[in-house]
Design a protein around this ligand. Structure first.
Ligand code: IFM
Length: 471
């Protein structure tokens, strides 16, 4: 995979405007952002917003267990109430529509819709039917992710993603959902960010279920990808009119120096973050470099698995947040060398829009069968406060503007990108960081559940209104 930041050397991200509020996205007249068919939406995920974890027959998920374990989540926060979206979904959809957002990416909570024997839970299913029907009525394009990390705890009790059988249980779940919801979903994504499920969940234990072993991470990844590949034809058979794909988070790695060792380190960083997932999906094979980085962690792969995993995709969802500067660790790996004086978000993540453009253009040369792309998540956390009824999230406005410009540059360089979803529609449960980190374009006061539209959302809405008037 290319580490070469000069991939589109003549196209640099614009400098930050002194007053980004005055000039929200300033797309040039030929920008793809003006195109009618370039979808602009927002994304959320079930455990992060729904709450109602014990209602209407929902079973526990690994995140209920993990967040109830002392020391796992900042301030002991859990998703038990979150944004109470399970009860407030109508008002939340009205809000999304009032902002003019054209697409909504949501996920389904597996433990809400099936019991341990695979029997459908009607009350849980009805919640998603109501939600998706309303979105369709309002003309919103729906992207539905089947697995955004809330594995039923009963499956984890049988080995979770270390157990090959979980892949087959996922197919049962995908089968049920695509039979029940066919016609209301425009695009199905099997998995959100399998890197996080495998690496953070089974490799370093920062996420549920909290296991930490390199061999677990690669085996969990294999079963996640297998689940994806097995589910794709089932989704196709049950809901032929929709698009089918998967969502991957990608990371930009740059070398701390021009030395061959540091260049190699940056390459290995991107292998670990990107090729680990994209090579099996798009080339039908794991990158050998991955096992140079992590010797002895090759997963158990059965005959036919790689062909299954490489099932053709209608789209690839890409989530991008930051870049990491790395150097050689002196052995076969890399170590992070944080850059001084760069802009960072509340997460400590470096703001680096060019990384998104360079990765996308790099993928276009690495993967000859690269499917159409949707940016399924992009955004940032900031310590937003409501002051006199307003939230002036200046850094986010600038962030969004520069990342949308990077997307436009990638399109101009020939990458087929069809849409962009803000992460996130509203502040929510940010996994191991609980409620402290605010990613929303809508502020949530967790003590009252009051929603306040941030300045960034107002400007996105203004742009969408202007675009609608022009088309
Ligand atoms: O909140 C998460 C989301 O669930 C998955 N992608 C990254 C986001 C920010 O960390």
């Amino acid at each position: 995979m290319a580490n070469d930041a000069s991939a589109v050397s003549d196209a640099r991200s614009p400098a930050v405007s002194d007053n980004p509020l005055a000039d929200p996205f300033s797309p040039s007249a030929d920008s793809a952002l003006w195109r009618k068919n370039f979808l602009l939406g927002a994304a959320t995920a079930s455990y992060q917003i729904e709450g109602a974890v014990n209602e209407d027959g929902r079973l526990p998920s690994i995140w209920d267990t993990f967040s109830a374990t002392p020391g796992k989540v900042l301030a002991g926060d859990t998703g038990a109430v979150a944004c109470d979206h399970y009860h407030r979904w109508e008002a939340d959809i009205d809000l999304l529509v009032s902002l003019g957002l054209e697409g909504y990416r949501l996920s389904i909570a597996w433990p809400r819709v099936m019991d341990a024997a695979g029997v459908p839970n009607r009350k849980g299913l009805d919640f998603y039917k109501r939600l998706l029907n309303r979105l369709k009525e309002k003309g919103v394009t729906t992207f539905v992710t089947l697995y955004h990390w809330d594995l039923p705890q009963h499956l984890e009790d049988r080995g979770g993603w270390l157990n090959r059988d979980t892949a087959y249980r996922f197919v049962d779940y995908a089968d049920l959902m695509s039979r029940e919801l066919a016609g209301t979903v425009d695009a199905w994504a099997t998995l959100n960010e399998p890197w996080c499920s495998a690496y953070l969940g089974y490799g370093n234990g920062h996420h549920a279920p909290g296991l930490a072993d390199g061999r677990f991470a690669t085996q969990a990844m294999h079963h996640l990808l297998l689940a994806h590949g097995l589910a794709i034809p089932v989704l196709r058979a049950n809901d032929p009119a929709s698009q089918k794909g998967i969502v991957a988070n990608i990371g930009r790695g740059t070398a701390n120096s021009g030395s061959a060792a540091d260049q190699r380190a940056a390459h290995l960083f991107e292998v670990q973050h990107n090729a680990w997932i994209l090579d099996p999906l798009l080339k039908g094979a794991y990158s050998r470099d991955l096992f140079e980085l992590w010797p002895g962690t090759e997963p158990l792969v059965l005959d036919g698995d790689m062909q299954t995993i490489a099932a053709p995709l209608d789209f690839l969802g890409i989530n991008y947040y930051f870049r990491t500067n790395v150097a050689s660790d002196g052995g076969h790996g890399f170590r992070e060398v944080p850059l001084e004086g760069v802009e960072r978000t509340q997460m400590g993540w470096e703001v680096h829009p060019d990384g998104l453009r360079d990765l996308l253009t790099g993928f276009r040369s690495t993967y000859h069968n690269l499917p159409p792309i949707y940016i399924t998540e992009n955004g940032m956390a900031s310590d937003d406060k409501v002051i006199d009824g307003h939230v002036d999230d200046t850094q986010r406005i600038s962030f969004l503007k520069r990342h949308l410009a990077a997307v436009d540059q990638a399109i101009k360089a020939g990458v087929d990108i069809r849409g962009y979803f803000l992460w996130s529609l509203m502040d929510n449960f940010e996994w191991a960081f609980g409620y402290e980190r605010r990613f929303g374009v809508v502020h949530v006061d967790y003590s009252t559940q009051k929603r306040t539209v941030k300045r960034s959302a107002e400007l996105v809405a203004k742009f969408l209104k202007e675009r609608k008037a022009r088309i």
